[in-house]
Design a protein around this ligand. Structure first.
Ligand SMILES: Cc1ncc(COP(=O)(O)O)c(C=O)c1O
Length: 348
């Protein structure tokens, strides 16, 4: 009854974080300020949840498009950008999905669900992307779609504009530029023209992860095609109304993102001074570290009440790597103190 390849899979696992300092999921650590929380509750109080939500979300798409200098027919909303990744993988021709390795795991996972082969291209020194090699693999494998996370997860780096431009200009399939970490980065590739490029964004990393809202920006023609596989009413009324409200108070989230970037730079400076730890430059709200023994350090941090993400099991370039999300200053301090203690201990 169930496909054999599905039986081999594991369901997406989210580790229990009760009582732990949670630095594992790229969430914004700052809660919504009380004043705005009350206004938000007032805003959603009168929602008619006995009715289905606005199916086309025209007004919300219009507001988002305006902010980007685009038209509403260039915006598609998803239940998190994960949902749009799935939609994009559903609409393209047969042929592999091309991705760099390592990158965000859902590109490969959803491809597998949809029986789409995956062609991965290893990143090079410093997690750099070789655009020539990437294009060669795309051409050889006849890739139908490619994903480039800019900045990349879990490495945190941003590939240069010239590399992304080269791939956008020469790739024959649909190029999805995933800007999930755009609020923390120095550049954006949303200005890349062409009907073969779609840019993904999300409100998740900016402080609204619980709402599950992401969006795609692209040429009206490609957005219209992807929209055909969107489930009816994919975004619920609460999410729609809340995003609408929060877009009017966006400076709150932008200020929080600025604080997160300052903390990221402070944490990076502190990590450089920890013996045995290599911290990679990041333009996202997390930092990737290479440590002497990732499994031991991950477990010891957890025992001290700090949950981060252990990337070691992925192997390859992620051997002995840990990914830590930027928390509040006090949480980051506790992380550094614990890491120093543990490394001191394991060195003995
Ligand atoms: C690169 C990248 N894209 C997309 C997502 C998914 O975000 P969302 O919460 O919008 O589904 C993530 C989440 O970690 C991510 O790292």
């Amino acid at each position: 009854m169930i496909r054999n390849d599905i039986k081999q899979l594991a369901a997406y696992h989210v580790p229990e974080a009760n009582g732990l300092i949670k630095l594992d999921a790229m969430e914004n650590p700052y809660p919504l300020p009380d004043a705005i929380r009350d206004e938000w509750v007032d805003h959603i109080r009168d929602l008619n949840i006995n009715r289905y939500p606005d199916a086309e979300m025209g007004e919300l798409r219009h507001v988002i498009a305006d902010r980007e200098g685009l038209q509403a027919d260039q915006v598609l909303l998803g239940n998190g950008s994960d949902e749009i990744i799935q939609m994009a993988l559903m609409v393209v021709d047969q042929g592999p999905c091309a991705i760099p390795k390592p990158t965000f795991t859902m590109y490969e996972t959803i491809s597998r669900w949809l029986k789409r082969p995956v062609a991965s291209v290893p990143l090079e020194k410093g997690f750099s992307l070789n655009a020539d090699a990437f294009l060669r693999v795309c051409a050889r494998e006849k890739a139908a779609i490619a994903f480039l996370a800019c900045p990349n997860n879990p490495t945190g780096n941003m590939w240069p504009r010239s590399s992304i431009q080269q791939i956008a200009d020469n790739f024959r399939g649909l190029l999805v530029i995933d800007e999930a970490y755009h609020p923390f980065a120095n550049d954006s590739y949303v200005d890349f023209p062409g009907a073969n490029v779609v840019v993904l964004r999300t409100y998740s990393k900016l402080g609204m992860a619980g709402l599950r809202v992401g969006y795609a920006l692209g040429h009206p023609k490609v957005i219209a095609e992807i929209n055909k596989v969107r489930l009816p009413y994919n975004m619920n009324s609460l999410g729609q109304a809340s995003i609408h409200f929060f877009l009017e108070h966006f400076h709150i989230f932008e200020e929080q993102a600025k604080k997160i970037c300052q903390e990221r730079n402070r944490l990076a400076d502190a990590l450089v001074r920890v013996d045995g730890v290599e911290a990679y430059p990041s333009q996202a709200n997390f930092i990737l570290l290479r440590v002497p023994d990732a499994n031991a350090i991950f477990n010891a941090l957890k025992q001290r009440g700090i949950l981060i993400k252990n990337m070691h099991a992925a192997g390859g370039l992620l051997e002995n790597c840990l990914r830590v999300t930027i928390g509040m200053p006090e949480e980051n301090n506790r992380f550094v103190v614990a890491l120093k203690e543990i490394i001191g201990e394991t060195d003995k």
